[in-house]
Design a protein around this ligand. Structure first.
Ligand code: CP
Length: 307
């Protein structure tokens, strides 16, 4: 059976297969067609950190595929999050008997991989930790799917990444972008949230060009996509020159599209929501068909799918 812990497990052809399945699921959802797959699987969402999009879109995806949900969204109400601090290993041993797939979100880097060592059912990393080694692979699949959808291809895209590069969604995104050809990343970030030298070297080895920029407006003129992501610490004061607004976007190409993993901060004012640049709610909506594609692949790999 197949667990999804890191975006680095995937090849370009894996991503292309997932995109094709997600396009198929999205069309079927839009036209109200019944899902071609009917699964009896129980998907457990074990979230030890807050989430709106990842948890609910996984649950919607599981329900759309005909599966069932076992949800634990208040960690304080479980043994794993209480003062008893039941270990992840023991939690995995218990959930092995309760669910067919586990989606885990956890504040500590490496938790999904650790959980998977004790799990007899497939595990999906719903985001673990922050900083080096942190990952959010399904966010990246839906981000890349959205770029493919908006630009016609990820190949050749120029993506301005705006914000704290130490976040798990950015780590996974850059690793995912490096699977495509001729992608340029223009990074507008603070000194304290740059990539480590090791990360930069790894991306360069995989052919991904990462160029730091000072002038956001100039970077937007060169970009197909701006991926704004704010700061890991919601109390951090985002500098004025790192916020999108109608003035910064004045010189941008008309087809520049703004993505954001959400939730937003001051870097993405609501005044941009009605502009042709805004694509972040489309991106969030893509979470359902993309996670249907991920669950379908997992359930097919462990024989839980009923076609
Ligand atoms: N983008 C994302 O991971 O959102 P949630 O924290 O709401 O799941």
């Amino acid at each position: 059976s197949w667990s999804l812990i890191s975006i680095e497990q995937l090849t370009r052809s894996d991503l292309e297969e997932l995109f094709a399945a997600a396009y198929r699921h999205r069309s079927a959802l839009e036209s109200g067609e019944p899902c071609s797959m009917s699964s009896e699987a129980i998907v457990a969402t074990l979230f030890m950190q807050p989430s709106t999009r990842t948890r609910l879109s996984f649950e919607a995806a599981a329900l759309r595929l005909g599966g069932k949900i076992l949800s634990m969204s208040d960690p304080a109400a479980s043994r794993a999050g209480s003062e008893w601090k039941e270990s992840l290993a023991d939690t995995a041993r218990v959930l092995n008997g309760y669910a067919d797939v586990v989606v885990l979100r956890h504040p500590v880097v490496g938790s999904a991989a650790h959980y998977a060592t004790m799990s007899t059912v497939p595990v999906v990393n719903g985001g673990d930790g922050a900083g080096p080694g942190s990952e959010h692979p399904t966010q990246t699949i839906l981000d890349l799917f959205t770029i493919d959808d908006l630009c016609g291809s990820v190949d050749g895209a120029t993506v301005c990444v705006l914000g704290d590069l130490s976040q798990r969604c950015v780590h996974s995104l850059l690793a995912g972008l490096s699977l495509f050809s001729d992608v340029t990343v223009l990074a507008k970030t603070e000194e304290t949230t740059r990539l480590t030298e090791r990360e930069l070297q790894r991306h360069a080895r995989h052919g991904l060009k990462v160029e730091y920029v000072d002038d956001l407006a100039e970077a937007l003129r060169r970009s197909d996509i701006v991926y704004a992501c704010g700061h890991e610490d919601p109390t951090h004061e985002i500098p004025l020159d790192m916020r999108l607004d109608p003035r910064t976007l004045r010189g941008a190409r008309p087809d520049l599209r703004i993505l954001h993993p959400l939730p937003r901060g001051v870097e993405l004012p609501t005044s941009l929501d009605g502009t042709a640049h805004a694509a972040y709610f489309e991106q969030a909506a893509n979470g359902v068909p993309v996670r249907m594609a991920v669950l379908e692949r997992i359930l097919s790999s462990c024989g839980s799918a009923v076609a």
